[in-house]
Design a protein around this ligand. Structure first.
Ligand code: F6P
Length: 336
């Protein structure tokens, strides 16, 4: 295997808080190991357009605490074409870049895996997505920050919901996964959580809300993951509203991209720094086509093929937790 002397780093797909901390860690770990590090701007798009610049230690000063990604990110359709990837490869050669570190999610890793095999360039992925749905890691960069953003917002909505006797449907991100919805639901005492991994039955939801109301609850919070099979929060609220008489009003809040921004939490800064260092270490040990994650507090390298193929499953016990935490004296029949 060719000795690695120059590496490229890029962020791709949806941004997540902590990506800057990961870039910083890659640059500093590279320098620590005697490598030259190049930042590729705007993900694969910048690789094709030769937006590639050397990054020195000071270039990544003061970014650790910032949300977004200073390298910017993009979703590139040109990288899906043979022509686009060839141009990207030629640009890497121009800069004598021997290996790549990709910070992103599912789609970004699949592109990296394909490119690596096509052009024999070692790649390592670092999981950065608020969805937390990559297999091969307990946590993805950005998830903890997004979770805290959601909890903060839901707590605020809970105040106004109570003041007006309203039922709120709050939509959180998660096209294919319910991690954010479930964990925020537990942390905010939501009355129910609807996620893509579990079928939603509107009739059962109405029955449940009726029971809830009969317990003299005057307000409620239902968290809906955007990818729920019954539709988004607006659609579900409409279906419930149709013949539902309780509560003074039913309202919907879609939290949207506020979940993707903000200063990363201490947890995400630590995670990103650790994974950045271990991505560089992995490359230098000859690892390729793997994602570096953290499992039981230990770095773990999982073949990209697996990390993208097996969608990480939410723990079904967490859905049970929502039920148990809404227990009421006249309803002791819980399925533990
Ligand atoms: O994958 C991260 C994510 O935030 C998803 O939860 C969400 O569905 C998607 O990105 C939104 O992407 P965009 O910002 O391109 O609309």
């Amino acid at each position: 295997m060719k000795k690695i002397e120059r590496i490229g780093v890029l962020t791709s797909g949806g941004d997540s808080p902590g990506m800057n901390a990961a870039i910083r860690a890659v640059v500093r770990a590279g320098i620590h190991n005697g490598l030259e590090v190049f930042g590729i701007h705007q993900g694969y798009k910048g690789m094709i357009d030769n937006e590639i610049h050397r990054l020195k230690s000071r270039d990544v000063a003061n970014i650790l605490h910032r949300g977004g990604t200073f390298l910017k990110t993009a979703r590139s359709s040109r990288f899906r074409t043979e022509e686009g990837r060839k141009q990207a490869y030629l640009n890497l050669k121009k800069h004598n870049i021997d290996a790549l570190i990709i910070i992103g999610g599912d789609g970004s890793f699949r592109g990296a895996d394909f490119f690596s095999q096509e052009y024999d360039i070692p790649v390592i992925g670092i999981p950065g997505t608020i969805d937390n749905d990559m297999y091969g890691t307990d946590y993805c960069i950005g998830y903890d920050t997004a979770l805290n953003t959601v909890v903060d917002a839901v707590d605020k909505i809970r105040d106004t919901a109570g003041a007006h006797n309203r039922l709120f449907f709050i939509e959180v991100m998660g096209r294919d996964s319910g991690f954010l919805a479930l964990r925020s639901g537990i942390a905010t005492g939501a009355e129910a959580v609807l996620i893509p991994e579990a079928e939603t039955h509107i009739d059962e939801l109405k029955k449940y809300l009726n029971e809830d109301y009969s317990r003299k609850k005057s307000s409620g919070i239902i968290i809906v993951a955007e990818g729920d099979d019954a539709g988004g929060a607006y659609k579900i609220a409409e279906l419930v509203k149709k013949d539902y008489k309780h509560y003074d009003d039913i309202r919907v809040t879609v939290l949207g991209h506020v979940q993707r921004g903000g200063s990363p939490s201490a947890f995400d800064r630590n995670l990103a720094s650790y994974l950045g260092i271990h991505a560089v270490k992995g490359l230098l040990e000859g690892k390729t086509n793997v994602m570096v994650g953290i499992i039981h507090k230990t770095p773990a390298y999982t073949p990209i093929e697996q990390s993208t193929k097996h969608n990480k499953r939410v723990n079904p016990d967490l859905l049970n937790c929502i039920t148990v935490l809404n227990a009421y004296e006249n309803n002791l029949d819980f399925n533990l």
